[in-house]
Design a protein around this ligand. Structure first.
Ligand SMILES: NC(=O)C1=CN([C@@H]2O[C@H](COP(=O)(O)OP(=O)(O)OC[C@H]3O[C@@H](n4cnc5c(N)ncnc54)[C@H](OP(=O)(O)O)[C@@H]3O)[C@@H](O)[C@H]2O)[C@@H](O)CC1
Ligand SMILES: [K+]
Length: 232
């Protein structure tokens, strides 16, 4: 049986590790991003000589921070990367802000949903590219706004037409990481922005990955070690 932990237990593990001096939030975020990239390259090794193109959608919290790390690490590997950002940089938590700023020195941060044209994102729609969902992780507290979920759905529809693969950072955005239920708005509001081909979570699976809608929307679930000690 797979041992799962709740999001609250994950936060406690993280806080204990940081307060005891075992690690820092910055290092955890770097390892989380590296774990996502490792899982991508393990699942799609041929992408090393395929399009090597990714659109990374980053949200307003630390899940978005992980996304900025993924964007930087893929760029370092020679990928072409477009970053969309749903949020306000000035309000990002510190580690996410740092990684946003590091990325901003490497490439543009395109507001998402885009204000006038989807062109920066659509330019990436070629077969085999990746859509990386770093919008919301264990901090999702309410249904995703209609404008955001509609914009993601628009990209996802293009994705289906163009054989993209979707990678979720920690959880597919819209999935409650504790209960495995979808935080849905009124119909036709989609509850899960992106049902993933690959979900990369950290330290241990969360309860929500394994129950209710979780298994159906996560795709393959990979657990990355981020240095919090042995998993439960
Ligand atoms: N903890 C760990 O051990 C590690 C965590 N790591 C990573 O951090 C992630 C957790 O980060 P997190 O706590 O910042 O939460 P996250 O999911 O980014 O979202 C919070 C933001 O979203 C907002 N918001 C919420 N719902 C919303 C909605 N419907 N629509 C709009 N906004 C909404 C919310 O705003 P608020 O509710 O305060 O208004 C807040 O701004 C975790 O999943 C993992 O990826 C790793 O780096 C390694 C170690
Ligand atoms: K996510």
């Amino acid at each position: 049986m797979v041992e799962t932990i709740t999001p609250m237990q994950m936060r406690e593990l993280e806080a204990d590790a940081i307060s005891s001096g075992l690690t820092t939030g910055r290092d955890l975020m770097e390892r989380a991003g590296a774990g996502v990239v490792d899982a991508i390259l393990a699942k799609w090794p041929t992408k090393a000589d395929a399009p090597r193109r990714a659109v990374v959608l980053c949200g307003p919290g630390n899940n978005g921070g992980d996304g900025f790390v993924v964007a930087r690490l893929l760029l370092e590997k020679g990928w072409s990367v477009v970053v969309g950002f749903y949020g306000d940089a000035a309000k990002l938590p510190p580690d996410a802000r740092e990684n946003h700023d590091r990325w901003a020195k490497l490439g543009p941060v395109v507001p998402f949903p885009p204000q006038d044209t989807y062109e920066p994102f659509l330019a990436g729609f070629e077969p085999g590219a990746l859509l990386i969902d770093a919008l919301f992780g264990i901090g999702l507290t309410r249904p995703i706004a209609v404008d955001l979920s509609t914009a993601v759905l628009g990209l996802a529809i293009n994705n289906f037409a163009n054989d993209w693969n979707i990678v979720a950072v920690d959880v597919p955005s819209g999935l409650d990481a504790e209960t495995g239920t979808l935080l849905c708005g009124p119909p036709p509001h989609p509850g899960v922005a992106t049902a993933a081909d690959l979900t990369v979570t950290f330290h241990a699976p969360k309860t929500g990955h394994m129950q209710n809608e979780g298994p159906a929307v996560c795709g393959e679930l990979v657990v990355a070690d981020i240095g919090l000690g042995p998993a439960a």
